[in-house]
Design a protein around this ligand. Structure first.
Ligand code: 4AD
Ligand code: MG
Length: 434
């Protein structure tokens, strides 16, 4: 049989009984009842029941169906029939069947441990659950791109190999660059800042790397980072951009990926409120007060970790901003609030349902001397940042930007309890296989 001119399982489920259909895919389930063999076929669009029976199919088709092991690739042809017992209420009664790739005993049978499934991740990504997540992820990537195109941003391509830290030395991955030290990027921000002097509004979607010390359910060593930077924008404008972006992407997923959300048993009513903006805003100071009221021992000046963020998220049904963090808690590039120089013009966006921080952003220090001083104060070497300081020497401009952790957003939108399933091949817990 040729491998073109086929129907997807989704198309077949919509066809009239009695129509002829040709399908191709992989054996998802297999049941041999003697005189009838049932195969549930899986393709990228879903599943479909195929039946080969002594009464209705040629003998060699029944025999071939019997031989088709789990995860074998097959092509098949037959007549569409309704059957309320079949998934989706439709089945295909076969008169042709060809095994294209006969599968050996498939190493995943159900009930395996999380660790084992990570070892066979290259096979486990065929699962319906991971397929649903990857489809949601794809819809979000499309939505990000549409959003920025619509808003007049230019998409740019920063480097992954860098020579200095953006987010502190502790999480840098070192690379031997022909005998010199280099690092895997933690953030494209500094390069995006250089690009706004010509393009004004830029964005990128690229990997970032963090050698995290803490192993949590929301940290990866390699993650996808959506970052944007705008000339002539202050913190307020930037927060509006962020909430519009997040609301837009959630809306698109709710419009296009309802089947996948339902397969993941995601309660979409909990997502719905996030499609409406503005999101609430609270200052760091107030967040500390809320936490104290909730019995958490935390003082002004302390960093908020995953546990504190989780408690805060119980106060809101939508994502919300925490703003004006103490300057010392944040990176060197953030601009102090002129009203209150101990606090940064910085914001985090926290996603509800315990997820916590998905976006970090700020207005940037645009004054040369203040920036040099901030770099020194953090024990960094201004020599490493000369090119970055040049941006303040030649036509400095007020500007702001942010970074969104794509896997964190996928985790929240898809309702996953761990970040590992938001990306096909997660890098976490010191594993780099497969
Ligand atoms: O808050 P972060 O460290 O901010 C920056 O990197 C800024 N330079 C971004 C910018 O302004 N252009 O990281 C931004 C986001 C976090 O809010 C989080 O969602 C995600 O990146 N993130 C991680 N996601 C998965 N695994 C990790 N280890 C992450 N570290 C940060
Ligand atoms: Mg952050």
């Amino acid at each position: 049989m040729p491998y073109s001119g086929f129907h997807t399982t989704r198309e077949v489920r919509g066809m009239e009984p009695g129509s002829r259909a040709r399908v191709r895919g992989w054996v998802y389930r297999h049941r041999d009842l003697g005189r009838r063999v049932f195969i549930v076929l899986r393709d990228s669009e879903g599943i479909l029941q195929l039946v080969a029976s002594d009464q209705a199919s040629p003998r060699e088709v029944v025999e071939e169906a019997r031989r088709a092991t789990i995860e074998s690739s097959i092509v098949a042809e037959g007549v569409v029939a309704r059957d309320p017992r079949a998934p989706g209420g439709v089945e295909l009664r076969l008169d042709k069947l060809e095994i294209v790739g006969l599968a050996g005993d498939f190493p995943i049978k159900g009930g395996e441990s999380v660790d084992y499934l990570l070892d066979v991740r290259h096979l486990w990504i065929r699962s319906r659950r991971l397929t649903a997540v990857m489809r949601i992820r794809d819809t979000m990537f499309r939505a990000y791109r549409e959003f920025f195109q619509e808003r007049g941003f230019w998409e740019v391509s920063p480097p992954m190999l860098t020579q200095a830290a953006v987010e502190g030395g502790a999480t840098l991955f070192e690379v031997n660059f022909f005998g010199k030290k280099a690092y895997l990027t933690q953030s494209a921000q500094l390069y995006l800042e250089a690009l706004i002097f010509s393009l004004e509004r830029v964005w990128t979607l690229a990997p970032s790397f963090r050698a995290e010390r803490s192993r949590t359910r929301r940290h990866l060593y390699e993650y996808w980072h959506l970052e944007a930077e705008e000339a002539w924008a202050g913190m307020e404008e930037e927060m509006r951009l962020v909430e519009d972006l997040v609301a837009y992407t959630v809306k698109r997923v709710l419009e296009e990926r309802l089947e996948e959300l339902s397969l993941l048993k995601r309660d979409t009513e909990k997502l719905e409120p996030a499609t409406r903006t503005p999101y609430p805003r609270i200052r760091y100071e107030e967040a500390i007060r809320i936490l104290n009221r909730r019995g958490v021992e935390i003082r002004y000046g302390d960093d908020m970790g995953a546990d504190e963020e989780r408690i805060l998220t119980e106060e809101y049904e939508t994502p919300f901003f925490v703003t004006h963090f103490p300057l010392e808690l944040k990176s060197f590039y953030m601009k102090p609030d002129p009203q209150n120089p101990g606090e940064a013009l910085a914001f985090d966006l926290l996603a509800p349902e315990g997820v916590g921080e998905i976006v970090g952003g700020s207005q940037r220090e645009d004054d040369l001397e203040a920036l040099e001083e901030a770099i020194r104060r953090r024990g960094l070497n201004p020599e490493d940042y000369q090119w970055y300081l040049d941006l303040r020497r030649y036509g400095t401009v007020p500007h702001s930007g942010f970074g969104l952790g794509v896997e964190r957003q996928v985790m929240w939108v898809a309702g996953l309890d761990h970040i590992r399933d938001s990306i096909p091949f997660p890098r976490f817990r010191d594993r780099i296989y497969p």
